[in-house]
Ligand binder design. Structure first.
Ligand code: ASP
Length: 614
């Protein structure tokens, strides 16, 4: 055991056991609870390690008793005394130290405390989140937050250990850099020494880690802080932490294999009691993931795969229901998901599902329900006829009492809506075992997506990703300044050597095999609408480096905040960050962001000319 003794304590508040009875010790910690019985005062003394019951007897230790009678919750104390086994019947099995108590001989107040704005000793008491963030140091004193930060620390440690065991070098890259795009807005930092210029905070260390490969480092990793200036959602923060890694002389297979080994090792070390659903992790192409689960980050803890209804509808012959026929004729899809045992869904709940589907982009939501007697019911039955309804139910694998939800739309929209409906059904029916870790890979993403606004192709992930070899010929239309920029360009169908890893329906991370040849990288930039000059201005350093011998390389980044959240059953990454920001990007505790003082403005040669602030 690590020795945590200091002049203020011989033991932590979680250390004492029955075997210590009779020894003289000194503890230090916060007053968790105090019960004044007059003659006897009981104090539960708490630190991060645990709680020890202290008993102060007015007869045996009158001076200590006098001090103890004026202490309040959250005072910081140092207590001397003798460890005693508790009397029979007063043992507390809920405390690791529950067999003993400390008979105080002296109590010293190290710090007084005001009454805290919320209960620290009641982890289940609901507390307004703004209050928690304003007094985060008190929130962290509460056991659930302490435990999550400890879990996070264990995760980061396991990550480091496993990487070192596999020959990786941990290297820090700077935070004041030139823009490295990951599709978000940069945070910028004005330079004082070079007025009128700015640094960007890294959206990721992408370019730097690739340069480390050019530098011959071979295997790099970093627990990297990344900054992205975008609107905050549940699982987004303006700054967050990634496990960032890069490897040289690798193929997609090499990276996926290592990452999988690493993830399994780390999971087993950090959350040994949580089963991993399947190793090797299931792999899906992007197309297949959308086809089967309607998502590129499928939750595999339950089935309910999406089914295509074209043949059940007798396509290409008309089905009798115009909406379906029109969608199919236009190249769209009619697909379905099954709701087991949901056949008797109330009108109200059905309306709710229709509303949700519309919010997710569907024009409507059709359904067929199977009665307990096997009879079929559907508002569109009069168009389709009994036989087609039966084929739909069969295609969807619906049994007595089941519901079939049907969306007719483009592949993308039907995937999006049915994918979400699948999750909705899963959560209503409690189908996903919260204990299981279902990791999977999704790869072969499209290289580019068409950007209507700027009439150009944007990299779906980042512009450095390589192309699946079979698709390289699709890119040959792009050369020099003649970059073809139309949504019909065959380059748009090229697939990237990009792989994402998902866990229980969350995107845990993503990476790719990179382009390591200068001409190919230039072509990729051109396709994305960069001019030659713009490209050199933005990525000149990296392009030049590729002239000096870049090894084939690839890597990945995994979200450390998300991983910790998933390991600790949280749905919001704020719960696993020590000092997160609010939805509007504020630090409520320190009061950031705040206006710089006049001297800071003028040193930087800046003046605020925007709208007045409150
Ligand atoms: N830089 C990428 C990201 O931040 C990860 C990678 O491709 O390695 O998402």
């Amino acid at each position: 055991m690590t020795n945590l003794a200091t002049p203020y304590r011989t033991h932590t508040c979680g250390a004492l056991r029955a075997a210590d009875a009779g020894s003289t010790v000194r503890l230090a910690g916060w007053v968790h609870r105090r019960r004044d019985m007059g003659h006897l005062i009981f104090i539960d003394l708490r630190d991060r390690h645990g709680i020890t019951q202290v008993v102060i007897d007015a007869d045996l230790a009158p001076a200590a008793h006098a001090v103890a009678s004026r202490v309040r919750s959250e005072f910081v104390l140092s207590v001397d005394g003798e460890v005693a086994e508790r009397l029979p019947g007063t043992h507390n099995p809920r405390l690791a130290t529950g067999d003993v108590e400390l008979h105080a001989t002296g109590v010293t107040v190290l710090s007084e405390a005001k009454t805290p704005p919320f209960y620290i000793n009641d982890p289940d008491a609901p507390v307004d989140e703004a209050l928690r963030l304003t007094y985060r140091y008190l929130d962290i004193r509460r056991q659930p937050m302490t435990e999550r930060l400890m879990l996070r620390s264990a995760l980061v440690r396991a990550i480091r250990d496993v990487h070192h065991e596999h020959g990786f070098v941990e290297i820090e890259t700077p935070n004041l850099i030139k823009s490295t795009p990951e599709g978000a807005r940069d945070f910028i930092v004005p330079s004082r020494l070079q007025p009128g210029t700015v640094y960007a905070l890294p959206q990721s260390p992408q370019q730097l880690k690739q340069l480390l490969m050019v530098a011959g480092i071979d295997r790099y990793f970093q627990i990297a802080r990344c900054f992205r200036d975008e609107d905050l959602r549940g699982d987004r923060q303006p700054e967050f932490t990634q496990l960032d890694l890069e490897m040289s002389f690798v193929t997609e297979e090499t990276v996926m294999e290592f990452v999988e080994t690493m993830i399994v090792e780390v999971s087993r070390r950090v959350v040994p009691d949580r089963p991993i659903q399947q190793v090797p992790f299931p792999r899906f192409t992007y197309e297949e993931a959308l086809e089967r689960f309607g998502s590129d980050k499928p939750d595999l803890r339950f089935g309910l795969e999406l089914v295509d209804l074209a043949s059940a509808l007798g396509a290409p012959a008309p089905s009798g229901f115009r909406v379906f026929d029109d969608v199919l004729a236009a190249g769209g899809r009619v697909r379905a998901v099954r709701g087991p045992g949901m056949g008797a869904i109330s009108r109200h709940h059905m309306d709710e599902l229709v509303e949700l589907s519309k919010r997710w982009g569907a024009k409507g939501l059709a359904h067929v329900s199977v009665g307990e007697d096997g009879s079929l019911h559907s508002p569109i039955g009069k168009f389709l006829g009994e036989e087609t309804l039966r084929s739909i139910a069969d295609a969807a694998g619906a049994e007595r009492g089941d519901l079939v939800l049907i969306v007719a739309d483009s592949f993308e929209t039907s995937s999006e809506v049915l994918g979400r409906l699948r999750l909705e059904i899963g959560s209503r029916l409690g189908l996903a075992d919260p204990h299981v870790l279902a990791y999977c890979w999704v790869h072969r993403f499209p290289m580019y997506q068409w950007d209507e606004e700027f009439t150009r192709w944007d990299a779906t992930h980042n512009p450095f990703s390589g192309t699946v070899p079979e698709d390289l010929h699709l890119l040959t239309t792009v050369s020099g300044d003649l970059a073809v920029r139309s949504p019909d360009d065959p380059a748009g169908t090229a697939r990237a050597l990009q792989y994402d890893v998902a866990l229980n329906g969350w995107e845990l991370g993503g990476g790719s095999i990179r382009i390591h040849r200068r001409d190919e990288l230039e072509r990729s930039f051109l396709l994305q609408g960069h001019t030659l000059e713009g490209m050199y201005e933005k990525f000149g350093g990296m392009l030049e480096a590729f002239d000096y011998g870049a090894p084939p390389h690839g890597g990945i980044a995994l979200g450390v905040d998300r991983w910790t959240a998933l390991f600790s059953d949280q749905t919001n990454i704020r719960e696993v960050m020590a000092f997160p920001k609010t939805q509007s990007g504020s630090d409520l505790m320190l009061g950031a962001p705040s206006a710089p003082d006049t001297a800071q403005w003028s040193e930087l040669g800046l003046r605020y000319v925007g709208p007045a602030k409150d």
